[in-house]
Design a protein around this ligand. Structure first.
Ligand code: CA
Length: 195
C-alpha cells in the first residue's frame, strides 16, 4: 500500500513557492502606456532644431516629467498613460534675431501696412504689455545696437501644445521663436535643419 505522506520538500513547494509564483502572475493585464516624443524646432525656414532645452510634461497643473532636448532637438517621455497632457518648453539657449528689419516689421504691423500673425505676432510684443507698437520696435533697435541687453518679455517664446493619448504613442514637434525675431531669421547655435 502506498503511503500518502507528502515529503517535506514537496510540502514546502506547495505551501510557499507555488502561491508566491502565482502572485507574480498579473491578476489583470497592466494598464497600457505609450510615449510622447518629438523635436523642438525654431520657427525659421530651416525648422532648426534646438538642443539643451527643457520640455515639461504637465497634467492638471502638475509637472509629471522633464526632458532635455538632445543635440538634434529630440525629447521623449515614456510610460505615459492615456490622458490629456500639456507640453511646455523653456530654454536658456542663446537668443538672437532681433534687428532693424524686425523693428520695421513691427512698425508696419502697428500702422496696419502689413499684419503679423501667429507666433510672429506674439514675439513682436517684447515689452510684454499686450500691445504691439513703436515701443517694441524701439526695444528691438536698442537691443540690436547694444543699448539694452534684455527684453521685458524674456528671450524665448514656445508654443504650448496639448496632446491626447488614447491608444497609441504620439509624435509632437514644438516650435519656438526668440522675442523680437518677428521675421524668424535666427538660426540657433548648434542647430540642424529640422522637420
Ligand atoms: Ca509691446
Amino acid at each position: 500500500m502506498k503511503s500518502c505522506f507528502i515529503p517535506l520538500h514537496h510540502f514546502f513547494l506547495l505551501t510557499f513557492l507555488l502561491p508566491s509564483a502565482l502572485c507574480l502572475l498579473p491578476s489583470s493585464s497592466p494598464a497600457q502606456t505609450y510615449s510622447v516624443s518629438g523635436t523642438v524646432n525654431y520657427a525659421n525656414v530651416h525648422h532648426s532644431t534646438i538642443d539643451s532645452t527643457s520640455v515639461y510634461l504637465i497634467q492638471n497643473d502638475s509637472i509629471l516629467a522633464i526632458d532635455t532636448t538632445d543635440d538634434y532637438g529630440n525629447y521623449s517621455f515614456g510610460n505615459v498613460s492615456p490622458g490629456i497632457y500639456l507640453l511646455q518648453v523653456t530654454s536658456n539657449q542663446m537668443a538672437q534675431g532681433w534687428g532693424s528689419t524686425d523693428a520695421l516689421a513691427i512698425l508696419k504691423h502697428f500702422v496696419g501696412l502689413s499684419l503679423l500673425t501667429g507666433m510672429n505676432l506674439i514675439v513682436a510684443d517684447n515689452s510684454a504689455d499686450g500691445f504691439v507698437n513703436s515701443i517694441d520696435a524701439l526695444h528691438n533697435a536698442r537691443r540690436f545696437v547694444g543699448q539694452i541687453n534684455s527684453f521685458p518679455s524674456g528671450d524665448w517664446y514656445f508654443e504650448t501644445v496639448t496632446v491626447e493619448i488614447t491608444n497609441s504613442s504620439v509624435i509632437q514637434h514644438i516650435r519656438g521663436l526668440c522675442f523680437g525675431d518677428v521675421n524668424g531669421s535666427f538660426v540657433p547655435l548648434n542647430s540642424h535643419p529640422g522637420k
